[in-house]
Design a protein around this ligand. Structure first.
Ligand code: FE2
Length: 462
């Protein structure tokens, strides 16, 4: 839901106003902390220009990861200037990428400035604390640990404040936003921690000429090329994802009763993958595979796909060819779908070997496919079909348990049950559809540090 005349809700307004007050208080507090670091106005101007340049965007990485370059300069500033300077430079130097765009809003800009300012203030305080704590270990060790610690604090503050604003704007549960969409990004932040420190030291100790800025600029050229390279790569991936989305939407348009079916299957599969502690890229692959698992149904005639009564044996044979049709359909782009095609191919195999298309059994069925199979079955049972009325969540769970060891991987059913008992959002179909429709934007969230379009979401329910 994108509002035509974006206006912050009262809660959102109070939140941003409160953060602005907090930022000003932090700035005042830092101003009174004595420091041995001195600077020239030229240094201030140089780093202000860098902040402006680096805040223009972030390097996006595959699988929705992103590295914000602003945090690199924020960490460098911690080591170069007295405590009050980094948050001030970051706040004033933040350059809103929306500026000049029709969807630019002053409150989103203000929010970004103060949240980055506060994140910077917290990372400065973290460094001051650590510097005192570890000073006997020597400067090299203390600074390296300090760079990681400050980066971590920057990440924690930044993502919490952004998570909260997304919660207020979209109504999506804060814990869900933070744990599922933000938390794991910590690694892409921490990996750049030493870079901020390196930039600061390169500025202080000139390697080229008599000015450290040359080294920093050289470094920025490399960063610029890295960014361009990744941007192109990510654009390609995004175009591909959109194409797949279109295919999924076409499939759902064929059969409106399956509306948001694949989203719910993906949500359940993702929770299962997390509970099984698959690594993050595998979790993403499972969710992606869940979205497109039935793509082969595009090749099944409507007369069979939408038939309100049970299928004849011939029709059944056509319908059950959809996993292999899906694999065929996606074959030309298989290089982009590593570990995802087995989900499309094997999501109708059964634990006892009586499934299709290959009759695989037990653990010879790829784990990702077994995960999606359980999620798909639960979603289908609770959604109902034209030939079968919907089951209640408890009835659907009971059926999964009854068929554990026959149709389903018994261990996975146990994991499913433990998740189900915790009452996840996907348990009740209507509840899920309502939440999903009202908070679609948080699923699109690709980076915690830039709340993207979510601030334009009008929380009309309030
Ligand atoms: Fe299927």
């Amino acid at each position: 839901m994108v509002s035509s005349s974006p206006k912050p809700s009262q809660r959102l307004f109070l939140y941003i106003a409160g953060l602005t007050g907090l930022y000003l208080a932090a700035q005042l507090f830092l101003f009174h902390i004595p420091s041995h670091l001195s600077f020239r106005w030229f240094d201030l101007l140089f780093w202000f220009a860098l902040t402006l340049w680096l805040s223009r965007g972030q390097i996006k990485l595959p699988l929705d990861a992103g590295i914000n370059q602003l945090q690199v300069v924020a960490i460098a500033l911690v080591f170069l200037f007295p405590p009050w300077v980094p948050p001030l430079l970051i706040t004033l130097g933040f350059f809103s990428p929306d500026l000049g765009q029709p969807y630019y809003t002053w409150y989103k800009d203000l929010f970004n400035r103060v949240q980055f300012g506060l994140s910077s203030a917290v990372s400065v305080l973290g460094w001051l604390f650590l510097e005192r704590l570890l000073h006997q270990w020597g400067p090299a060790f203390t600074e390296l640990v300090g760079a990681f610690f400050s980066t971590f604090l920057f990440f924690l503050t930044n993502t919490s404040l952004v998570g909260m604003v997304i919660h207020l704007a979209s109504g999506a549960p804060f814990r869900k936003i933070w744990t599922e969409d933000i938390r794991w990004n910590v690694w892409s932040y921490l990996i750049l921690a030493p870079v901020g420190l390196f930039m600061a030291r390169a500025y202080q100790i000139p390697l080229v000429g008599h000015w450290g800025g040359y080294s920093v600029l050289l470094f920025l050229v490399l960063l610029y090329f890295a960014r361009s390279y990744w941007e192109e790569k990510v654009k390609l991936q995004e175009a591909f994802d959109r194409l797949i989305e279109v295919l999924v939407e076409t499939l759902e348009a064929k059969d409106p009763s399956t509306r948001l079916h694949s989203e719910r299957v993906a949500a359940i599969s993702l929770d299962l993958a997390r509970a099984l502690r698959l690594d993050e890229s595998d979790q993403k692959r499972v969710a992606y595979g869940a979205r497109i698992h039935d793509i082969g149904k595009l090749g099944i005639p409507d007369a069979i796909l939408l038939k309100p009564i049970r299928l004849s044996p011939e029709e059944y044979e056509v319908a059950t060819s959809h996993p292999l049709r899906g694999v065929e359909l996606l074959k030309p782009v298989h290089m982009y779908l590593q570990n995802i095609l087995p989900i499309v191919r094997s999501h109708h195999e059964r634990w006892d070997g009586r499934g299709y298309p290959e009759g695989l059994s037990g653990e010879s069925i790829p784990l990702q496919a077994r995960i999606v199979q359980i999620a798909d079955s639960y979603e289908t049972m609770t959604a109902g079909r034209s030939y079968a009325p919907s089951k209640t969540p408890s009835e659907a769970l009971q059926e999964l348990e009854d068929l554990a060891g026959d149709q389903f991987d018994p261990e996975l059913v146990k994991v499913f049950k433990s998740l189900w008992l915790a009452h996840p959002l996907w348990r009740e179909r209507e509840e899920f559809l309502r939440a999903y429709t009202s908070s679609a934007s948080f699923w699109e969230l690709s980076a915690p540090s830039s709340p993207a379009s979510v601030l334009e979401t009008s929380p009309e329910s309030e």
